[in-house]
Structures are given as C-alpha cells and as structure tokens.
Design a protein. Structure first.
Length: 539
C-alpha cells in the first residue's frame, strides 16, 4: 500500500509538463465566441440529426473535390446545426484558409475553438499549427512565433516543428513581444520585450536605434538584460517611439523594418506617505508631521486613540515604531484598535500632476489637548481619488525606560525625556507576551523599580514581553506627589544607545546585561521597553 501512495505523491509534486503552460492571444477568445453566436443564429430552434448528417456529408464531398469554398460553407452549416465536435471546427478552419480568397481571421477563430475543446497536450498541436498559419497570413509574426513555441512545448523532440520555428524566426527577424510600463518609477519608464534576445556584443549603443517623435527632453534609453527601457516618458500621454531597422539581436537576426510603437504612460496612482521617522510629539516645536502626496488635492483626516489594553497587541501585530501604516491595516484602526477622537479635512497646496508633493501637516488641536496616549492620524483621499489610506501612529509621552538585566532579576528606571531626570512615583508594570500583568511596582526616589528573577523565568505566553509605566496617581491610590495630567514631550534618541555593563541599581552583584535607552512602544503615560538583553528569559 505504501508504494502506490508514494507514486501518487510523486505525481502530485512533479512539475507540470512544458505543454501545460498557458497559450492565449488577447481578444481572440471574445472574437471566437462572437463567431459561434453568429453561426448559431442560422438554426435558432436547432437542427435535426438528418440536417447535421447532410451538412457533414456535403463538407466531406467538397473536400474530396478540393472545392474549399463549398467545404467551408458546408462546415459552417454543420457547426451551426449544433453538437459540433472539435474536429468539425478544425476542418472548418482549414477550409477557410484553403478557399479563395482565404479568410484567415475566421480560420483563426475556428482553430481557437478547436484548441479550447480538445484535451490538453499533444491533441492541441493541430489547432495551434492552423493558428500559426492564419497569423502568418494576417501579418502578425510575433503571435505566429508564440503559437509555434506552444507547438514545440507540446512536442519538444519533433525536428519538423523545431525547423518550422527556426524558419519563422529568420523570416520575422527581431520583433517587439510586449511593452511593460512603470508609471510609479522615478522617472516613469517603459521596457520593451523582444522575441529574440538583443545582441550581447558591445559595438552598438541602444540610444542610436530609438527615437521619440516629437523628441522627449531628457529621454534615456537603457539596455537592461534582454530588455530595452525608455526612462523619462511623460505621464498621461501617448508617446510615438520608432525603433530603427537593423537593431541587432542574437543569432544574427535584426529588426527587418522600422517598428512604430505607441507607448501610453498612465497617470501615477494617488498616494499618501507619512514621514514616520518622528513618532513622538517634540516639545517646544510646532506640532506637525511630514507628508508626501501624489495626485491628491484634499485629505480626510481622523485621529484614533488606541486603547491601553490594546497597546501590546497593537505594537506586536500592527505597528513597528518608526514605520507608518498603510492599506487595509490603516482602514481597520478605528474599528479594531481604539476610538475616534477627531475628524476633519485639509486642503493641500496647488496640485502638480504626477509629482511628489511634500507638505508639513499641522496636527489638530484635539490631538495636542487629548492627553497622553498612543494615537493614529489616519489620512484618506477626499477629492474623489481612489488611493488607499495611510496612518501615522503618534505617541504623546515624556516617560522613557532604561532596563538592566542581572542575576537578581530586572531593574527599570523611569526618566523624563525632556529633562533626563529620574521620576519618582511612576507605576511600572511588567507584562507577559499574553498581555497579562506579571508584576507591578512604583518607582522610588531614584526612579527605579526592581522585578525579581522568577518574574523573568517564565516561558510561552507567560514570558515577559513589555514594561509599561504610568504616573502612579492615575492607576491607583498613592501617597506620591501628584503629577500633571498632561505629559510634556520630547523626542527620544534616534536610535538605541548602548550603555555600559553595570550592576543593578543598589546591587553589588555585577550585571551581565547592558543598559539601553529604548523608544517607547506604548503610550504616556505608557512606554514599552525593548528587550533589554539577549538573554531569552526576560524581555
């Protein structure tokens, strides 16, 4: 029983065969469906079996007589009569190519129906060959090569098909296989793909073989791998680009004649980007944040206060300090993480289409007066544009933590960011990764609290995850001197500042840890310390 199971697993994990790759021509499926509907109107009530048999017999007789016009007409009647088999569509396609004058467009559509109705793999080859011939007669060499490549994928060892592809490539020369536009690049650019790799030798320059009509100032032509890229195309316009005959490619091939391309560069998408490098409100400076927008003239703003019990999961799952939030996560803030405390609208400076515009956005008065906490400023387009939302979490706090780890446990000191002095009477809580409170204490005169070593030894959901602090008078009764209800603010260091190895405050035992100033991860009155050392037990 084990061997059949292993064989089945091997078949499921094996890579798909080459012929399983998709083959498609843009618009052909819709054209073929229209051809089918047109034929079906000949028998709106359906045909009888005798009518179908008579039409098929006339088609076969016409083929024997090489009367291809009659054969094509008879096969159309047979297909229109209903219950057509794949071979009927293939015979119709061949007859349409053979009659005089030929009808390669209808032949291409009939062959496509055959291709869609036969089993995948080698049975598809007959329809692909007819499509390749029809595309050749329609002077669509790039798609002809695509069809022949699909044939060779389904029969890679067939020398006849390989020779057909090689001859078609020599006859077609170098062709443009596709155009990929990149409107969000700076500057905007388009890259051309070819049916044959460009020549790898270095005796030719790409800019000598490309010109724009009319000329585009600053247009740069670059070769990137097997592509030719044009940087500096104007947004919202269609640019006429000419590739000169003779553009060299591998295998001795060249561009046989001038290729005229119309490259349509779309406008840039509406976008909002916050400067997230400063997420603390600086004290003594104008309360504003940096903002960059593209193709926007107005923003709808919302300020959301993150609930205190959501601080740890919010910092773990949604926000990394120093980064903004965008997309669905920004849209979800008001519903999942807190409550809205302010809403408004702002008009941006005069719009400059497709250019990045940078502004200093004043923060609403409600954010400055709402008290300490973690807030998210959410911005959405308000001018009808379809851009997504962006959010900037902002912390209102003057409380920062320094943590030391040693054999006796964890020591935490609370200081004011602005003055840098220790703060007494601050309640510090040690939270587990599960957001449960492991321990809590009030800072002494030197601003420190101590958590014993057993608090840091837990594993799993009970392992220490964050330290949170708040003025003790706001959480519980205390004899400590009351502090102001509004925290003064100041920006913390731009990065962690390694401290020197030192003992725990008030301890004679040497510490194996290192002191670190840490960015706050919760709100003011709450601030979270990063894990103080590499020791996994606590932090």
């Amino acid at each position: 029983m084990r061997l059949p199971l292993l064989l089945l697993l091997g078949l499921l994990l094996a890579p798909p065969p080459a012929w399983a790759q998709e083959f498609d021509l843009p618009g052909l499926s819709g054209d073929a469906a229209g051809y089918q509907r047109e034929l079906g109107r000949r028998f709106p009530a359906g045909a009888t079996p005798q009518q179908r048999a008579t039409a098929e017999a006339r088609a076969v007789q016409a083929e024997r007589q090489q009367n291809w016009a009659a054969a094509a007409q008879a096969w159309e009647e047979r297909v229109a009569a209903g219950e057509a088999r794949p071979e009927h569509w293939l015979a119709l396609a061949r007859a349409l190519l053979q009659k005089s004058p030929p009808d390669p467009a209808r032949a291409l559509q009939a062959a496509w129906v055959n291709f869609q109705t036969v089993p995948s793999g080698p049975p598809e080859i007959a329809g692909l060959l007819v499509m390749a011939e029809a595309l050749q007669r329609l002077d669509r060499p790039a798609q002809q090569l695509q069809a022949l490549q699909a044939v060779l994928q389904r029969a890679p060892d067939n020398p006849r098909y390989r020779q057909m592809l090689a001859e078609a490539r020599r006859a077609a020369g170098l062709l443009v296989a596709g155009i990929d536009t990149e409107p969000e690049a700076e500057p905007a650019r388009a890259c051309l793909r070819f049916t044959v790799p460009l020549a790898k030798r270095t005796d030719w320059q790409p800019q000598d073989w490309v010109r724009a009509e009319p000329p585009v100032p600053g247009l740069a032509v670059l070769r990137e791998g097997e592509q030719l890229c044009l940087a500096g195309l104007p947004h919202g316009q269609s640019t006429r680009v000419v590739l000169r005959a003779g553009l060299p490619a591998e295998d001795g091939l060249r561009l046989n004649k001038d290729a005229v391309l119309r490259i349509a560069m779309p406008d840039r998408a509406a976008r909002i980007v916050f400067d997230a490098s400063r997420f603390l409100l600086p004290r003594g400076q104008a309360q504003q944040v940096g903002l960059a927008t593209v193709n926007l003239s107005a923003l709808a703003l919302k300020v959301v206060r993150v609930g205190e019990r959501n601080l740890v999961p919010f910092g773990r799952n949604t926000w990394t300090a120093g980064e903004a939030i965008s997309g669905w996560a920004a849209d979800d803030l008001a519903e999942s993480w807190g409550r809205t405390v302010w809403e408004g609208r702002v008009e941006l400076p005069a719009l400059q289409p497709n250019r990045v515009q940078r502004s200093a956005l004043p923060l609403p008065e409600a954010l400055r007066t709402a008290g300490p906490g973690l807030y998210a400023l959410i911005a959405r387009p308000a001018d009808g544009s379809k851009g997504g939302a962006a959010a900037l979490p902002v912390i209102v706090t003057d409380l920062g933590l320094t943590a030391w780890r040693g054999p006796q446990g964890l020591a935490v000191q609370a200081r004011a960011f602005g003055a840098g002095r220790p703060l007494a009477g601050v309640q510090v809580r040690l939270l587990a990764a599960s957001n449960d409170i492991l321990a809590e204490a009030v800072t002494e005169a030197d601003g420190t609290v101590r958590f014993a070593a057993p608090c840091c030894a837990a594993r799993g959901p009970w392992r220490p995850g964050r330290c949170m602090q708040r003025w003790a008078t706001t959480w519980s009764r205390s004899t400590s001197t009351p502090r102001p209800s509004t925290c003064p603010t100041a920006a913390p260091p731009a990065r962690r500042i390694p401290g020197r190895s030192m003992p725990l405050p008030g301890s004679t035992a040497a510490s194996t840890g290192r002191a670190r100033w840490c960015r706050p991860r919760c709100c003011c009155a709450t601030a979270a310390a990063h894990r103080p050392t590499s020791r996994p037990g606590c932090g």
